[in-house]
Design a binder for this molecule. Structure first.
Ligand SMILES: Cc1cc2nc3c(=O)[nH]c(=O)nc-3n(C[C@H](O)[C@H](O)[C@H](O)COP(=O)(O)OP(=O)(O)OC[C@H]3O[C@@H](n4cnc5c(N)ncnc54)[C@H](O)[C@@H]3O)c2cc1C
Length: 324
């Protein structure tokens, strides 16, 4: 029996989220005897990803399909390859197919489940046994324990909850090349408009400075940029700030945004609505700056400052500048 992990990458670098999914898979393997971990890499000209992946501790097989058809990550094509890998590598007899609960994972994994005629188990945060998992529901207000009796468990993992596994040098995991599947013809890639940023990615950042409607406008977000740069952190936002057009929507944190788990989360001018909290509850330390002492964010903050953000932020950045 084996567990199949679908890698996330940009054809050059393996995403840290995959190392966290591998950590979840390692834990899963401990619940049953004799489980191998196989990593599936689907991409185009993705040799450097394969080389990185060969250094992953605990992986016994890497399956690669490197073809132009996978240059754009179309969920229909990816799902059909995952299903064929699960069926054709019959000697492996996959018990679980795991990937991260990222935008892409949420896109193709339900299709994989449908093609295999099994349920999909979404966004797991803990592994109770080989068939039982915990996952947040109602925007994280409650945790459901779900059990699946399906022959293959198709799962997305909340990667921020699991510590990434280590990469080791000198490791050479064997590679199996998989033939590409025919283009489904159901969707066509038109273009991707990607935000370029030198700051860390929100889902893996150790420090996040996030702003809400209290920032008042896009121009004021520069105050947060300065603070984030001083702390080597990422900038995030509430949905209200995104909806008001202060920042791009890929900065949104929360139930319908990104789930983050930094060491330090600084919420500035954010009220702390339940849908926002749903995305930040994995943060180790939460600091809130808000001029309303009754703002709900103070109920969950480790440190709270009742003050006008337009006075506090310049003071804070000046102090940090002095301290270097
Ligand atoms: C289905 C659904 C999904 C949603 N998903 C998300 C989501 O993913 N993420 C998300 O964030 N929201 C989400 N929301 C919206 C959510 O309910 C809130 O409306 C939103 O989080 C509020 O954003 P905010 O805290 O920035 O704004 P507000 O609630 O308007 O709060 C602004 C805060 O700024 C403070 N403030 C104002 N001026 C200053 C100042 N000068 N100094 C200091 N503080 C100041 C105010 O006291 C206030 O607390 C969702 C809602 C729904 C219905």
């Amino acid at each position: 029996m084996a567990i199949l992990i679908v890698a996330e990458h940009d054809n050059k670098v393996l995403q840290t989220a995959t190392l966290s999914v591998l950590s979840a898979a390692t834990e899963l393997a401990q619940h049953t005897d004799d489980r191998e971990l196989h990593l599936l890499i689907i991409g185009y000209e993705c040799q450097s990803v394969v080389e990185i992946a060969q250094g992953i501790a605990g992986v016994s097989q890497i399956l690669v399909s490197d073809h132009q058809i996978y240059q754009s990550p179309l969920a229909e094509n990816i799902a059909s390859l995952i299903v064929s890998a699960a069926q054709e590598q019959s000697s492996a007899d996959y018990s679980h197919i795991l990937t991260s609960a990222s935008t892409s994972g949420k896109d193709y994994q339900p299709r994989v489940a449908a093609l295999l005629d099994v349920a999909q188990i979404s966004d797991i945060i803990s592994i109770e046994s080989a068939d039982t998992f915990k996952r947040p529901i109602y925007a994280g207000k409650a945790i459901a324990t779900v059990q699946s009796i399906d022959r293959i468990k198709v799962i997305t993992v909340r990667s921020s909850v699991f510590m990434p596994v280590l990469l080791i040098t000198g490791n050479k995991v064997p590679i199996t090349v998989l033939n590409p599947q025919a283009d489904s013809g159901k969707s066509t890639f038109i273009n991707a408009a990607l935000t370029q940023s030198s700051r860390p990615e929100l889902t893996t950042a150790k420090v996040i400075v996030a702003g809400g409607r209290g920032m008042k406008n896009a121009e004021n977000f520069k105050l947060l940029d300065t603070l984030a740069d001083q702390l080597n952190g990422a900038v995030g936002a509430s949905r209200a700030a995104v909806d008001a057009g202060f920042v791009a929507n890929d900065l949104q944190i929360g139930q319908t945004g990104k789930i983050v788990a930094p060491d330090l989360y600084i919420a500035v001018g954010i009220s702390g609505a339940i849908q926002h909290i749903a995305g930040i509850s994995g943060s180790k330390v939460i600091v809130a700056i808000n001029n309303d002492p009754d703002a709900p964010i103070f109920d969950i903050a480790d440190y709270g400052l009742v003050a006008d953000l337009f006075e506090v932020l310049p003071e804070l950045t000046t102090v940090l500048k002095v301290k270097g």
